[in-house]
Design a protein around this ligand. Structure first.
Ligand code: ADP
Ligand code: MG
Length: 272
């Protein structure tokens, strides 16, 4: 199983769009995928037409110990299960403040899920913060994907994000590595996007071998700005079902191919 945490504490950079379309693309390639929505806004769930209303169990019930992921999961399309979220999840940050082992809840839940129904991929869509939900995802994941919008100030905040991964690696999850940066809302024609990409590449090349982002790469697939990607959520469909011929579908399909190509190396145990 590959477990991937999609994180960036900035909002609006493409976390949810990337989590959903990556998950859907992998499912179309025959991988079994569980997408865990960790944002109280529930956008990933809604994007796939999974609405948590009334008594629908959600990931909140997993954090509060009332349900397992197996109880909560819903089949969205072939091979793709969603663990929905709703606003209740916002209370988790506060409710868990004093709970011992609160960083480990999701990891334990995924381990149990794996015993009953092993998935090829577990993808976690994080909220725009570095709070307890994101820490849970980083503790449960082996890999981190960072969506980034290469515009002015894009790199600001990145050092805090990297520090957080280093802290989690040291204290909670030795196996954690940042495997890649996904450039989203990419403006092919701008000099600025190219400059930021160069700066980032230079930073990654000079990184310390102990750092979780050592050998992290910028995915070759750049996700261009495409209105179809912004429209798809209101139809409860991934880009592949909503607009299979759009540039958004082409870009995310390319990303899926890159992610699948790394399956063999991801299966190797992380160097100590
Ligand atoms: P995050 O989860 O990081 O907050 P989202 O994935 O929700 O970011 O994206 C923010 C907004 O931008 C959403 O309305 C989404 O539909 C839109 N969006 C994301 N990626 C693209 C893209 N490549 N082209 C056009 N719109 C996009
Ligand atoms: Mg989001």
């Amino acid at each position: 199983m590959r477990s991937i945490c999609v994180m960036n504490q900035k909002g609006g950079v493409g976390k949810t769009t990337s989590s959903v379309n990556l998950a859907a693309g992998l499912a179309k390639q025959g991988r079994s995928v569980c997408l865990i929505d960790l944002d109280p806004q529930g956008h990933a769930s809604l994007h796939l037409g999974v609405e948590a209303f009334g008594q629908t169990p959600t990931v909140y019930d997993v954090f509060s110990g009332k349900k397992t992921l197996s109880d909560v999961k819903q089949l969205a399309v072939d091979n793709l299960w969603v663990i929905p979220s709703d606003l209740d999840l916002a209370a988790t940050e506060i409710e868990l403040v004093d709970a011992p082992g609160r960083e480990l809840i999701l990891r334990g839940a995924i381990d149990r899920l794996n015993q009953t129904q092993p998935f090829d991929y577990v993808i976690m869509d994080c909220p725009p913060s570095l709070g307890v939900l994101t820490i849970n995802a980083l503790t449960a994941a082996k890999e981190v994907f960072i969506p980034l919008q290469p515009h002015f100030l894009a790199l600001q905040g990145l050092s805090k994000l990297f520090e957080t991964t280093a802290l989690v690696k040291r204290r909670l999850n030795r196996e954690l590595k940042v495997s890649g940066i996904v450039l989203c809302l990419y403006e092919t024609a701008t000099r600025l996007a190219a400059d930021i990409t160069d700066d980032l590449m230079r930073f990654l090349e000079q990184s310390d071998p102990q750092a979780p982002w050592y050998k992290a790469r910028i995915f070759d697939s750049r996700i261009r700005r495409n209105i179809k990607l912004a429209e798809a959520p209101s139809f409860g469909q991934s880009i592949f079902d909503y607009a299979a011929k759009s540039s958004g579908a082409i870009d995310y399909a390319a990303l899926v191919t890159e992610v699948i190509a790394a399956e063999a190396s991801a299966a190797q145990p992380a160097a100590a």
